[in-house]
Ligand binder design. Sequence first.
Ligand code: 0T9
Length: 375
Amino acid sequence: GEAVPAAQKSSWATFLKSIASVSGDLSSLTAPPFILSGISLTEFPAYWCERPEVFSSIADATDEESRSIAVLKWFISTLKSQYTSRNEKLGSEKKPLNPVLGEVFAGYWPDIGGRGQTNLVVEQVSHHPPITAFYIENPSKGIYLQGHNAQKTSFSGGSIIVKQIGHAVLTVDLPDGGKEEFLITLPRLRIDGLWYGSPYIELSETSYIQSSTGWLSTIEYKGKGYFSGKSHSFKAALSPPGTLQAKHVFEGTWHQTSKNVHTGAAFTDVTGPKEEVTVREVEEQDEWESRRLWRWVAKGIRDGDFETASREKSKIENEQRQRRKDEAAAGTTWQLKYFDHIDSDPTYERLGKLFKANPPTEDAYIYRHNYAPAS
Ligand code: 0T9
């Protein structure tokens, strides 16, 4: 392939073979340097809010129906960041750093033009398998997003198939003191372009947004050759409580624009700039914060000094192994900093029932409201 540097061709081939044989968790496979990114998976939840004004405008909706439309619009508008931003920034999808247990990523999007400040706190709540918990809030607008994610991977027809495990719950405060909840399930993804060393993501199958009011968004994803024939296509149907008869249908590409199929009105447009989260300077971060923890590994990768990168990575991994040994010897276990684990999420069960979610129950990580955001 063209994207694979000549000197790394055989190690890329070896890597592809190991992907094909190790199914489940790819995070600990050793990949050739050209495909490594110095960005940890704990940074990824920030993708949920790189268009802060689309998030905050959920609060402007005045009834259940328009709130469900606003939530769908925000969700679709996050997909470009979630699934194509590495290609734009790094040239292709790359292998992120595998976070350590207890790793933290926190930041905010400032209040500009009355949209309110949005805060983010992420914690790696499991190392093996990797599980990331996150909480994003815009308290002045009364909008809160809590979720966690993990992946199950397999190899099929030359592509990596990624089943996302986990879900998110968006809570919106209402003027009358009540609240509305939205259960958000996560799409399935396929990583193509592996053979050529330039991986990219396509979304497939269906994900859902179930409102506690009964409104349901059913979002179907298709790549080249379906719907419109374009990559990154979707079709979302919003149906009122108690029926599967769609009242609104939106169609388009999630990395560009979409429109209301019935009226022709514009729906999403992510062709404009996004806003990355504001994070403290590395020097000001504490030792568990992602960019501080991985700074020398990331610098090694950036500078093409892979010897340093791998030496620094080993340091972190050895320190982790020692920590686990010490805990085992002392009969203690690692305590999460910002989240409590629950075995079954009552919100998932209650809202999942309405659209027959599969699985019928999932665990969750509940934010403890104990991180002091920047101000
Ligand atoms: C949650 C997102 C997730 C995380 C990443 C599959 C993947 C790890 C999980 C699902 C975010 O909200 C959205 C986007 C991208 C997903 C990653 C893409 C990817 O390749 C990795 C996996 C673990 C690999 O690194 C595979 C090997 C690599 C060489 C292929 C580029």
